[in-house]
Write a protein that binds this ligand. Structure first.
Ligand SMILES: *Cc1c(COP(=O)(O)O)cnc(C)c1O
Length: 421
């Protein structure tokens, strides 16, 4: 459920026609609906209201400070994976005691920043990281609160690049090794063991892999208790999927009910790290048709719609072969054509949709690429020296620019010409 809909054949975001916004801001444009962001966070979070829990939004899915600020006002924590994300989360007003830090490659500088900020938890992903945490916490005269991210070896049944909980993936620590690490951490002066965590992948469309992982974590917590180690936080990660095309992921309510049933009676706080399910359908990417052309050289005629957004703006189709629905900003009864929607970048991989049926497009037409709120802007780049798109948030009748469009000076900020004789 989201707040992008047609009225009098015009695509609206909440109460504003999207074409009215792009007339002012230009394209390509990331456009978010505040009502949708609110609604999705609330739907997810209230699913768990019967139990002690903390919803830590996965910042990497959508990291604009205005959007993080919206979640902060609703009591959200943050799941971060870098020092930059810590900076953003704090700027947005997220309580440091609701911040958890995941990721396999935390640097010394990043760990110091997070210790200094006094975050809730480090999700430790290797024995060497534990040693580094102990050393840095001792140097700063403090203790590092930790969870180990265990790798439960569960198949999330999603795209290989976003599967993270299989033994062959780089993430987490295998269960048996993790047990030794907990015992080792237990004996360290500057480490405080608080939790167990796992995160098995992204865009999951079934509940079973979550339950399988949860049961492995539960069994593991039992083994820890046998060794006198008690756990206050059980972090089940993120990963709940959304509908891009014809996927039928469980609604957050069903997901919550299934998890709650399994952890009832356990004496710990459940941490969740949702990203995509909160923001995915709350944002779209608007782009203008530049050219249409037909290449008829091959066996089959091929039609292209060339737009002003590209793989640098939205990488998911190129990287994962991901499907994004495309809707014209103005509905017409033009005949349908099968086209590839492509960008101007000099790569054959630069496409936003392939073999897609769309009403015949003309130069200047505006298209909405749907479900771009998660891993859209955050994965964008300046490839081909393309300034990054603006980001706009609609709130009812109001339109807020939450990130101005980059200009050419932004492109070379920090670069330096050689001093020639
Ligand atoms: C990416 C990530 C998430 C969020 O995943 P979604 O599929 O967007 O919900 C949560 N936790 C960790 C550790 C992650 O790396």
């Amino acid at each position: 459920m989201h707040h992008f809909h047609y009225k009098n054949n015009q695509l609206y975001c909440e109460n504003v026609p999207v074409a009215e916004i792009t007339a002012r801001t230009g394209t390509p444009l990331y456009l978010y609906s505040r009502a949708t962001l609110r609604r999705h966070f609330q739907a997810f979070d209230t699913g768990f209201s019967d139990i002690d829990h903390l919803t830590c939004f996965a910042v990497k899915a959508c990291s604009n400070v205005a959007i993080l600020q919206q979640f902060a006002t609703m009591g959200a924590g943050a799941d971060i994976v870098s020092g930059g994300e810590l900076f953003r989360a704090l700027k947005a007003g997220i309580d440091p005691k609701k911040i958890i830090y995941s990721g396999v490659g935390k640097t010394e500088a990043e760990i110091r920043e997070a210790l200094f900020a006094d975050i809730l938890l480090f999700n430790v992903e290797s024995p060497q990281e534990l040693d580094r945490l102990q050393k840095l916490a001792a140097e700063l005269g403090t203790t590092a609160p930790v969870s180990f991210r265990i790798n439960p070896d569960v198949d999330p049944k999603t795209h290989a690049y976003i599967s993270t909980g299989l033994a062959k993936n780089k993430f987490g620590i295998p269960v048996d090794e993790a047990l030794e690490e907990y015992v080792r951490a237990h004996g360290m002066d500057n480490i405080e063991i608080l939790g167990v965590s796992c995160h098995i992948g992204s865009q999951l469309t079934e509940i079973d892999p979550f339950l399988e992982a949860l049961n492995k974590v539960k069994a593991f917590i039992g083994r820890l208790q046998d060794r006198g180690i008690t756990i206050r936080y059980l972090d089940l990660g993120g990963g709940l999927g959304i509908t891009y095309n014809d996927e039928e992921p469980p609604p957050p309510q069903a997901y919550a009910e299934a998890l709650i049933k399994e952890i009832q009676g356990m004496d710990c706080t459940l941490i969740l790290e949702p990203g995509r399910v909160i923001v995915g359908n709350a944002g779209i990417l608007l782009t203008e048709v530049q050219y249409t052309k037909v290449n008829s050289g091959g066996a089959k005629e091929k039609r292209f719609v060339i737009v002003d957004a590209a793989m640098n703006d939205l990488t998911r189709p190129t990287l994962y072969g991901a499907y994004h629905e495309i809707q014209p900003a103005r509905q017409t009864d033009a005949p349908l054509q099968v086209v590839d929607v492509v960008g101007p970048i000099c790569e054959t991989g630069d496409f936003l949709a392939r073999d897609r049926e769309l009403p015949r497009m003309r130069q200047g037409d505006l298209l909405a690429i749907m479900s771009c709120g998660a891993y859209g802007f955050t994965m964008s780049s300046n490839y081909n020296s393309r300034p990054r798109a603006a980001e706009v948030l609609v709130d009812g009748d109001e339109v807020h620019v939450i990130r101005r469009r980059e200009d050419y000076d932004d492109l070379i900020r920090g670069e330096a010409l050689l001093k020639l004789p």
